[in-house]
Design a protein around this ligand. Structure first.
Ligand code: GTP
Ligand code: MG
Length: 248
């Protein structure tokens, strides 16, 4: 995989015409601004869902949210790999994952609740779903992926923007970070054995997630008829709101 922008776009091509270069960079900066706005919109929706559910129920479904905008070098790589034109409009037309949000929940049920609540909002169109929890990847990867499209309102126009959302448990996230590190390491001794160990870990983690979920269901079924007092509700809300959200 190329390491720098020069590996995918030779300097000669970039400087063919100064005017064209300035115009293209402006368009590129503009779409980057649009993607980060789309991220803010979706993050806010998720934070509102979390706050509301924290008030209504006895706990918050989302532990933390992170986001990222795809790096220019990865954008160019992906366009080039697929034989698509390298331009701002081509990015908007072809790529679904320039804006990415990761939502980390404690329990599997929370993942499906959050996905369902977000997907059913009037201004959210679900473009694609990949349920790697029901259908894990051969390496053991689990997560719930959604591509959604939302309208973002700018000064002179409304633009529909796509955002990739990955929703997973804390354990799935822990696993995916380690697996990601291995994928990008160039020389790893006993790589096959490590991949097998990771796969075994993924199975163990999935079992733990399911057990934790089952325990929580039991606890909650015993709590059904307990109403929270107003004071407890306020305390609960405070805990939810004060929980830190991290972004990368
Ligand atoms: P990309 O072209 O890589 O975006 O894949 P795709 O269009 O087939 O999408 P998919 O939903 O399968 O994966 C999207 C993203 O999920 C990736 O960019 C990763 O962030 C994450 N992901 C998917 N598979 C794996 C995996 O096996 N391991 C890890 N660590 N992350 C994964
Ligand atoms: Mg991707």
């Amino acid at each position: 995989m190329p390491e720098s922008i020069h590996d995918v776009l030779p300097p000669r091509a970039l400087s063919q015409s100064a005017e064209a270069f300035i115009e293209e960079s402006f368009q590129f900066q503009e779409i980057m601004m649009m993607y980060s706005s789309a991220i803010r919109e979706v993050r806010t929706k998720l934070e509102i869902l979390n706050d509301d559910l924290t008030m209504r129920n006895r706990r918050n479904p989302i532990e933390f949210i992170t986001h990222r905008v795809k790096k220019p070098v990865s954008i160019v790589n992906k366009l080039r790999k697929n034989g698509w034109e390298i331009s701002a409009s081509s990015v908007v037309e072809h790529l679904n994952d320039v804006a990415g949000i990761r939502v980390v929940c404690s329990f599997i049920d929370d993942i499906y609740d959050v996905a369902e609540m977000l997907g059913s909002q009037d201004d959210v169109t679900v473009i694609k779903i990949k349920d790697y929890i029901q259908h894990p990847k051969p390496n053991g990867y689990r997560s719930y992926h959604m591509i959604v499209e939302i309208p973002v309102f700018f000064s002179d126009r409304t633009q529909n923007m796509r955002v990739e959302i990955q929703i997973r448990t804390i354990a799935m996230d822990f696993w995916a970070s380690l697996e990601h590190q291995l994928k990008y390491k160039k020389h790893v001794e006993n790589e096959e054995a490590i991949y097998q160990e990771l796969k075994d870990c993924a199975t163990t983690i999935a079992q733990v997630d399911e057990k934790m979920q089952a325990i929580r269901r039991k606890i909650e079924s015993g709590m059904d008829d307990q109403e929270l007092t107003p004071k407890e509700k306020l305390e609960r809300l405070g805990n939810g709101l004060m929980r830190p959200n991290f972004s990368n």
